[in-house]
Design a protein. Sequence first.
Length: 92
Amino acid sequence: MKRIERKLFKLGDEIESLAKAEQLAGEELIYHLHLNDDTQRDASVSGNPIDRADARETAGDVARFERHIAQLQKRRAKLIAKRERLVAKLAD
């Protein structure tokens, strides 16, 4: 098998792995968004310092998952572009 073809198979596996990780992180983000909605509501209604601390913590979790998903998407996009370049080379 040619070297380019081996690279393509490896890239395909990495892209698939990143897509699965992105999907799982997206599902966890949904969970954290629901928690954040609840804690934000509790903090605004009660004014309790513990509720406000919980709200800050869950907001941080949401932001962290959003950054993680963005990083996964960026890495996957780079790999897809690399795969497209290799496919173009293979076609030549």
